[in-house]
Design a protein around this ligand. Structure first.
Ligand SMILES: *Cc1c(COP(=O)(O)O)cnc(C)c1O
Length: 361
């Protein structure tokens, strides 16, 4: 079997060990004579998967007791709307830190629902950096402050988070959850689609402080209220059971690897190989993001001509690399180096980049 060097941005690499374990359990889950997908979500076996997934998230992120862990559907994109539906009140504004494509999508959804404000923007720098904490201004009458911890398309990542006092801090961590430790108690809500760092698509993790769960207005549809899912332990309706099951295996894999701080070191080692190759190329490769905001999850870079970029992608594909084309909105090249991307893939990419430069520099 040959596994590709998978640098896809999402859905993305899943640890091979996890895929093999799922394969082993695929047709007969723990002696049940059926796969987990074929079982009732009210069965003891599935209830255990549901509980274990939440417990592992609690453990790995050190989530305090006064937070709920919800496993929802609809992707992070649904959270862009669900968040203001639940937390935005007339007379108050949802404040957004504008750092690129994903922040912009979240902001536009909130605009459909209520008042919004821009708390900071790096548009003048083409979103190629994250704002300094001092640039983030929380306006009067703010319901919450929303930020995107890692902008997947631009390849910029926050290194630290603002202290927003009584104003709940909300973070879209879709592309960097569990890639490093975070202090959950600083946040009112953290949400993340699973398909970058937690497993397959289909499940969205929402970590929400108890007092904010209680704010869900009674007037919004049942499925869109956080309270509905919190009260039901994320089993209000049929959950995406196979996605949750696979996420539980990925979480166990993260735990076996040593948890978030061990993964952070691993991710630093991985990305250093590629960023160093860019920086030592004498301008053949150009890092897209400003250095202080460089992401540990999405490395964005360019080559000085578009022809060479095309050639790079074509030849990389011939060598077994997948997913190195930049997002269609920004072009260039991007290597996504999520938790499950092994060091060996990054070593191979760094080597390929050096060889490509030698041939074309
Ligand atoms: C991928 C991504 C999303 C969108 O997630 P969906 O699950 O496709 O809705 C939102 N925010 C960020 C930061 C992402 O990387």
């Amino acid at each position: 079997m040959t596994r590709a060097f998978n640098f896809n941005a999402g859905p993305a690499a899943i640890p091979l060990e996890v895929l093999k374990q799922a394969q082993e359990q695929f047709t007969d889950y723990k002696g049940a004579g059926m796969s987990i997908m074929e079982m009732s979500h009210r069965s003891a076996a599935y209830e255990q998967v549901n509980n274990e997934t939440q417990a592992l998230l609690r453990e790995l992120l050190a989530i305090p007791d006064n937070y709920q862990v919800l496993l929802l559907q609809g992707g992070a994109s649904t959270q862009f709307a669900m968040l203001p539906l639940n937390l935005l009140r007339p007379g108050k504004a949802g404040a957004y830190v504008m750092t690129g494509a994903w922040a912009d999508k979240a902001y536009k959804e909130a605009k459909l629902i209520g008042e919004t404000a821009v708390a900071a923007s790096t548009e003048a720098d083409k979103f190629m950096r994250m704002p300094e904490l001092s640039e983030i201004v929380v306006p009067e009458n703010t319901a919450y402050l929303h930020l995107t911890s890692n902008e997947t398309i631009g390849g910029v990542q926050f290194n630290e988070f603002p202290d927003t006092g009584d104003v709940p801090l909300i973070a879209d961590m879709s592309s960097d959850i569990l890639s490093r430790p975070v202090d959950v108690s600083k946040f009112g809500v953290i949400y993340a689609g699973a398909q970058k760092n937690l497993g397959p698509s289909g499940v969205t993790v929402v970590i929400i402080r108890d007092d904010l769960v209680k704010e869900s207005p009674k007037t919004i549809p049942t499925m869109f209220r956080y309270e509905t899912h919190a009260k039901a332990g994320s089993l209000y309706n049929t959950p995406p059971s196979f996605s949750v099951y696979l996420a539980s295996l990925v979480l166990q894999w993260i735990k076996d690897k040593g948890g978030a701080s061990a993964l952070e070191q691993y991710n630093r080692d991985k990305t250093k190989l590629i960023y160093d190759t860019i920086d030592q190329s004498g301008g053949f490769y150009l890092g897209a993001a400003q250095k202080q905001s460089r992401s540990l999850m999405n490395i964005t870079f360019r080559i000085h001509t578009e022809e060479l970029e095309k050639k790079f992608i074509k030849e990389s594909e011939q060598e077994g690399f997948v997913g190195l084309k930049g997002h269609r909105d920004v072009g260039g090249l991007r290597a996504s180096t999520y938790n499950a991307v092994p060091l060996e893939s990054c070593q191979a990419l760094a080597q390929f980049m050096a060889d490509f430069q030698k041939r074309n520099g």
